[in-house]
Design a protein around this ligand. Structure first.
Ligand code: UDP
Length: 358
């Protein structure tokens, strides 16, 4: 399929982290690239820091989207994105957000080739909006870049019509490219539990939040908790914020910038998270930290199978056991998510496809 330019469309912090290595690799291969942000994340801590801290080698533009609510956001992206696309553009999206689904549908309706980065992930948990988004995108994408053979097998089972390639996950490229910059990042401590939580199916449940608070109140380990804006809102709404803010061993922080966060991962004893990207980046050889996945299921199964991470239901006692006794952390081999050169593979595949089409 021929294209003149690759337009990366991204809306949230993990999309910026994972698209950045692709922008570098494509620009390095002489392919014109642009980044369009959808404003799904629009605060300084959740967006601007990722646009400023990562040096983007291409033009960066923001769609004039102002909605907060999911459906309004979706509608505004559908309305505005077409004006930013040219006839020879290939659209690339990453992951499973509302922005991904909206941009995929625009590409499909305008008959632009569509590439999906991180294709084939499945949690089989249909309570997650992300599961619906990634499935729909995979079924209309032309190029599907799956991180692992495990993910590619889902795509083959589902008989997706596009071309499937196993390339690893670019989150490891991002760690490799930025790890040298961590030497200047301040240390937030040692031997702490790093906590990140934001998934809707978790933090929207008061019962879940109560277990997290019970865990934080009962552990004697120091904890560092950069709080996602959604999680802070939910803790406050459930009148639970004060139950954690008064604990001297728990440091509640604003969301960290990317480099500060990587440094926080590197120095953590163990990470407790429901984040997808954190499950992956903790397997990077430069970080290699144990991850307790605070969810009922995960689509990052290869990390569980390789014993980099373990699934934990939301139960304070269970969590306490897993962060105290780390004997479950016995990582087998190198990261299941590739070698940190995924973006180069993607650039080679796309430029190869372009040559064939010429
Ligand atoms: N991250 C960050 N600061 C934080 C927490 C996470 O920079 O305080 C980065 C992290 O390095 C990872 C990405 O955000 O690359 C993960 O994003 P998030 O957990 O919001 O989304 P998910 O990966 O679950 O879709």
């Amino acid at each position: 399929m021929a294209f003149d330019r690759v337009v990366l469309v991204g809306g949230t912090r993990p999309e910026f982290v994972k698209l950045h290595p692709v922008a570098l690799a494509l620009c390095g291969a002489g392919v014109p690239v642009a980044l369009l942000t959808t404003n799904q994340h629009r605060s300084s801590a959740m967006r601007d820091t990722f646009l400023e801290q990562l040096a983007w080698p291409c033009a960066v533009e923001a769609l004039p989207v102002s909605a907060q609510d999911t459906l309004q956001l979706f509608a505004e992206i559908l309305t505005h994105l077409p004006r930013y696309l040219r006839p020879g553009d290939l659209v690339m999206v990453e992951g499973d957000t509302t922005s991904v689904l909206a941009a995929s549908l625009v590409a499909n309706k305008l008959r632009r080739p569509l590439a999906h980065l991180e294709a084939g992930l499945r949690s089989y948990d249909l309570r997650m909006p992300e599961e619906h988004n990634r499935r729909m995108c995979d079924h209309i994408a032309d190029y599907l870049f799956a991180p692992t053979e495990f993910d590619a097998a889902h795509l083959r089972d589902e008989k997706v019509p596009g071309n499937v390639f196993v390339v690893g996950n670019t989150v490891l490229d991002a760690v490799r490219q930025n790890v040298a910059r961590l030497d200047d990042a301040p240390k937030i401590g040692e031997g702490y539990v790093l906590v990140t939580l934001h998934r809707q199916e978790n933090v929207d449940q008061v019962g879940f939040l109560r277990e997290v608070v019970r865990f934080l109140r009962s552990t004697s380990l120091p904890c560092v908790f950069p709080v996602h804006p959604r999680t802070r809102d939910k803790l406050e709404a459930a009148a639970l914020w004060s139950s954690v803010s008064d604990l001297s061993h728990v440091r509640l922080l604003e969301p960290l910038d990317y480099l500060a966060f990587l440094a926080a991962v590197r120095d953590a004893r163990v990470i407790v998270t429901d984040s997808g990207g954190v499950q992956e980046e903790a397997t990077a050889p430069e970080l290699r930290r144990p991850v307790v996945v605070l969810r009922h299921s995960t689509e990052r199964v290869p990390a569980i199978e390789a014993r980099y991470s373990v699934l934990a239901p939301p139960n304070a006692e269970k969590l306490l056991g897993l962060v105290t006794d780390l004997s479950w952390f016995q990582p087998k081999g190198s990261s299941p998510f590739g070698d940190g050169y995924s973006a180069d593979a993607i650039a080679r595949l796309l430029t190869g496809a372009q040559r064939l089409a010429a």
